[in-house]
Ligand binder design. Structure first.
Ligand SMILES: CC(C)(COP(=O)(O)OP(=O)(O)OC[C@H]1O[C@@H](n2cnc3c(N)ncnc32)[C@H](O)[C@@H]1OP(=O)(O)O)[C@@H](O)C(=O)NCCC(=O)NCCS
Length: 156
């Protein structure tokens, strides 16, 4: 495939929530049921948010959260199934890692169920010792119960 017209973007404002929801439905098993209003909250609170575009079609997405110096985490890395194996996923993660919010952070974490080899290619190492998770209520239940401030992590 000729990828010369494919563009990477770090502007959050460009994200089309309907297309993002669709991309997650077909390409990201952990995020198939996400609602647009929640996706907007996640995007607003993430930095950077990187998207990949084939003309007006959203074909890739990744985001990170970071404290700017000690710790960052990468979330929701996905490339549209029709565009995989072309080097876009690697470039997507590299774009996140080179962003000023992430590039001087001491440790960058991510969780993955199936894609360890992909991330090893990029330089990530196995890390068995640190992962715990609290399965919190859904965002809607949280709002109903007074929005408890707890650390919510989404397992891949
Ligand atoms: C994982 C994913 C983002 C990779 O995107 P991609 O565009 O196909 O990846 P690339 O073409 O950039 O591959 C980069 C390198 O990793 C390798 N690679 C890609 N997927 C791999 C895999 N599953 N296992 C091993 N190596 C893999 C490629 O061979 C390539 O190697 P090279 O640089 O030596 O040529 C994509 O397969 C995807 O969206 N998967 C579904 C969603 C998902 O699981 N995301 C990760 C959540 S943690």
């Amino acid at each position: 495939m000729d990828c010369s017209h494919i563009q990477f973007c770090t502007q959050k404002g460009k994200i089309d929530l309907e297309q993002l929801q669709e991309l997650f439905k077909i390409g990201a098993f952990w995020a198939r049921n996400r609602q647009q209003e929640d996706l907007k909250i996640a995007i607003d609170n993430s930095n950077p948010v990187v998207s990949i575009w084939d003309e007006a079609k959203l074909i890739g997405f990744a985001r990170a959260t970071s404290d700017g110096v000690y710790r960052a985490a990468i979330w929701d890395v996905v490339v549209h199934p029709d565009y995989r194996g072309l080097g876009l996923g690697g470039k997507l993660v590299e774009t996140v890692l080179s962003h000023p919010s992430v590039n001087r952070v001491e440790r960058v974490y991510l969780t993955t169920t199936h894609q360890q080899s992909f991330y090893k290619h990029i330089g990530f190492e196995y890390n068995d010792t640190t992962t715990m998770v609290l399965h919190n209520k859904s965002p809607y239940q949280l709002i109903e119960s007074g929005n408890r401030e707890l650390d919510v992590t989404s397992p891949y």
